[in-house]
Design a protein around this ligand. Structure first.
Ligand code: COA
Ligand code: ZN
Length: 310
């Protein structure tokens, strides 16, 4: 087996998760969650979005979150930026990294950001220049890369076109998003094989939603194809406001759990991470989909019933 020694996890719960909760999570609780995530070993965290507060009111406190955080050395803090105004806010907030996002599906992009794919890309070209000049890092999402609930199949050619645009802008990392959980391990392998020849030095991440229970299977397929960066969300929070069926990302604690069982390092302390997932459950105020939250981690000592404490 050709497994990597270690995998990088990008925690997206504070953004992908909180954007899709019906209620507003208090700013100090958001901050505490992000700080706890960094304390257990997560080195990359997407903390918020600089989007329209009318469109995503759950993240209307992005400036306060960015300013209120005590930032840990060695942790890269990222925020989503759909347009130039978002970039300006991200710069003022001192973000290390911005995430550009465009959907491979024209319909999804229009619903999500009220722009055509072409118009998003046009804005990104200018934004990328400006961000890179300032020494910020950039990751570029391709949302609905594995299918769209409105358009159905999305062609790999369309994904490639966006990836090539991103590469031409000079961004450092692409994240392929399965926004509504339509991917499967075969599609994941095919996608990676098709993209590898054009990626060059650009890093690539996978962003799986577990809408249909295929998230971890997709991660394992991607790992076997050489992928080593995965987005996930504490407790399995997550969703997309422009989607009717989207639900949570792969849960970070489930992902870390299976990676460790497979002998792959993440740099994250799993017991403490499960504690953070419990904190996420507490502030959201309802059960979350993450499996280890209820089952506990694999217990090779076997003396005790898996922790189900609330
Ligand atoms: N931050 C804050 N406000 C913003 C903004 C940003 N990045 N971009 C636009 N706005 C404001 C404008 O200033 C304007 O405000 P006003 O009415 O007070 O003048 C208003 O929003 C409308 O601006 P406009 O450029 O016409 O935007 P729009 O209504 O076409 O919406 C987006 C476009 C991209 C701003 C909006 O669709 C959006 O924020 N989408 C994000 C969705 C998302 O986060 N999805 C999750 C990712 S999967
Ligand atoms: Zn997502």
């Amino acid at each position: 087996m050709n497994l990597p020694k270690s995998v990088t996890i990008v925690e997206v719960g504070p953004r992908d998760g909180f954007q899709s909760e019906p209620g507003f999570v208090a700013t100090d609780e958001k901050i505490e969650l992000i700080e706890r995530l960094s304390d257990v070993g997560l080195k990359r965290i997407e903390i918020t979005s600089f989007v329209s507060p009318g469109t995503v009111p759950q993240l209307r406190d992005s400036e306060e979150v960015a300013a209120g955080l005590s930032r840990r050395p060695g942790v890269r803090y990222c925020a989503l930026t759909p347009n130039f105004k978002g970039l300006e806010r991200a710069i003022l907030a001192g973000m290390d990294e911005i995430a550009l996002f465009v959907s491979a599906s024209e319909t999804h992009n229009k619903k999500n950001v009220r722009m055509s794919v072409e118009r998003s890309l046009r804005a990104f070209r200018q934004m990328a220049q400006s961000a890179l000049r300032r020494g910020m890092r950039i990751r570029g999402y391709v949302a609905t890369a594995f299918g769209c609930e409105y358009e159905g199949r999305v062609s790999i050619e369309q994904v490639k076109r966006i990836v090539l645009e991103y590469i031409a802008m000079g961004i450092q990392e692409i994240s392929l998003g399965d926004t509504t959980g339509m991917a499967n391990p075969v599609a994941v392998r095919t996608m990676i094989r098709e993209l590898r020849p054009i990626l060059g030095n650009t890093a690539f991440a996978l962003h799986f939603h577990d809408t249909r229970g295929t998230g971890i299977a997709n991660v394992v397929a991607a790992i076997e194809e050489g992928a080593a960066i995965f987005d996930s969300s504490i407790g399995g929070l997550g969703g997309c406001p422009a989607s009717r069926t989207s639900s949570g990302n792969v849960a970070t604690e489930d992902l870390v759990g299976i990676l460790h069982e497979m002998g792959i390092d993440t740099g994250i302390d799993l017991d403490s991470l499960i504690e953070v997932a419990r904190y996420a459950r507490k502030i959201i105020g309802k059960e979350l989909p993450g499996h280890l939250l209820s089952a506990g981690k694999v217990n090779w000592q076997g003396q005790e019933i898996a922790a189900r404490s609330r």
